[in-house]
Design a protein around this ligand. Structure first.
Ligand code: IMP
Length: 199
């Protein structure tokens, strides 16, 4: 029998991506599917801390095995910013409201104006809790920040991020091309390695 595993997200794109990787070996349920409609606290100062905070909250509240993710774009020349603040980068800097991808990108470009070292990475942390045991895995894709947005696909900082070994930004790639090398893909594969013994 398939054991249920909750993915602490309602992002349909992320759920589909993880289901595609895990196949039918384990039934993945979203927050909506377990009837969780509350805002889950996400107040840690690292992406690992946020992932663990979300996974613990759901696992305790719903008494289930669960995993949660958190992602940050880390830019070397900015000391690792926006990092854990990636979703609300503009907002925490007094610009825009809440999660505003275009304000976030504008602010990042502004801070990178004239900066030569454009090295950056997307980093995803996934915290997994099974039978009360906590495990954290990560996935990284290294790249650089473009000097202007390019491409229309994807979301967030995709138009500004050129993965190493490529000349296109994530937003100029097809979803398949991006998903084959993305930070989330790599973190999900690391998660699969951990789950392998249990599925
Ligand atoms: P989350 O933890 O997956 O919600 O990601 C936090 C923030 O990082 C998002 O709001 C985006 O701004 C950014 N981000 C995460 N993943 C990606 C990606 O694959 N492409 C571009 N931006 C991303």
């Amino acid at each position: 029998m398939q054991e249920k595993l909750v993915f602490a997200t309602n992002n349909a794109h992320k759920i589909a991506e993880v289901r595609a990787i895990l196949g039918d070996r384990r039934q993945i349920l979203s927050l909506e599917e377990i009837g969780c409609r509350e805002d889950i606290p996400e107040t840690a100062d690292t992406i690992e801390g946020n992932a663990l905070q979300k996974a613990r909250w759901v696992s305790r509240r719903f008494n289930c095995d669960c995993f949660a993710d958190d992602t940050g774009l880390e830019v070397d020349a900015l000391g690792g910013e926006p990092g854990v603040m990636s979703a609300r980068y503009a907002c925490v800097n007094g610009r825009g409201d809440g999660h505003d991808a275009s304000a976030n990108s504008s602010l990042l470009l502004e801070r990178m104006e004239g900066v030569e070292n454009r090295k950056a990475r997307f980093r995803t942390a996934i915290a997994l809790i099974t039978d009360g045991k906590e495990t954290i895995v990560e996935g990284i894709v290294n790249g650089s920040i473009a000097t202007a947005p390019k491409g229309v696909d994807g979301f967030g900082y995709d138009p500004l991020f050129i993965p190493d070994g490529h000349s296109l930004t994530f937003a100029q790639m097809t979803a398949e091309e991006k998903n084959a090398i993305s930070h989330r893909r790599r973190a999900t594969e690391a998660l699969l390695e951990v789950l392998k013994d249990n599925i």
